[in-house]
Every structure is written in C-alpha cells, then in structure tokens.
Design a protein around this ligand. Structure first.
Ligand SMILES: Nc1ncnc2c1ncn2[C@@H]1O[C@H](COP(=O)(O)OP(=O)(O)OP(=O)(O)O)[C@@H](O)[C@H]1O
Ligand SMILES: [Mg+2]
Length: 88
C-alpha cells in the first residue's frame, strides 16, 4: 500500500522482475487487479477502463518497444501530457 501525494514525484524502485511495470499497467487499467483497490483523488477507480483513467487525469508512458521510436526521450515523456493541454 502506498500514497502518491499531489505535487510530489514518487519513485518506485526494485530489482528486475519484481513487478514495477506490472503495477504501473495495473494502475493504468491495462492489466486487471486481482485484489486490492486503486483510488484516485479519493475515489475508487479499480474498475475503470484505461480511457476512463485518462479522462480522470492519469497517463502512462511505457518503456522498451512500446515507445515512439522516431521521437526523442523528452518527446516521448511529453506524450503523456498530450491529453492535458497547457500542462507542459
Ligand atoms: N504481484 C505479482 N504477483 C505475481 N507475479 C507478478 C506480480 N507482479 C508481477 N509479476 C510477474 O513478474 C514478472 C516480472 O514483472 P514486471 O515485468 O512487472 O517486473 P519489472 O519490475 O518491471 O521488471 P524490469 O525491471 O525488468 O522492468 C512478470 O511475469 C509478471 O507477470
Ligand atoms: Mg519493467
């Protein structure tokens, strides 16, 4: 269990294969949560589809081959903000 505070950067660390990507995909709704709950701004979003989480204000920038290979690292990161105009 952990909280991500508004205005802070939260960093998830762990050795290879410990489940970091799995957790992030679960928070984004790309993988179903087998148990437990995800809350966003005080409201449960555990059953939300990925696009509903985007509307709620969540974004996910993947790694590896899922990125846009022709964009820079910075441009890939900014893609996560593209849903939120003026937030760059
Ligand atoms: N809570 C969990 N319970 C059981 N298996 C899990 C859990 N979380 C992840 N796994 C499994 O562990 C494996 C590695 O998970 P994942 O790719 O998320 O790790 P990672 O921390 O992102 O690794 P890397 O540092 O290599 O990117 C996957 O096969 C995944 O299905
Ligand atoms: Mg990973």
């Amino acid at each position: 269990t952990f909280d991500v505070k508004v205005g802070e950067v939260t960093c998830l660390l762990g050795r290879n294969g410990v489940g970091k990507t799995t957790l992030l995909k679960c928070l984004m709704g790309l993988l179903p949560a087998k148990e437990g709950a995800v809350n966003w701004e005080g409201n449960p979003i555990t059953t939300f589809k990925p696009h509903q989480r985007v509307h709620a204000g969540i974004a996910y920038v993947p790694q590896g081959r899922e990125i846009f290979g022709r964009l820079t690292v910075e441009e890939n990161l900014l893609m996560g903000l593209s849903r939120f105009p003026g937030s760059e």
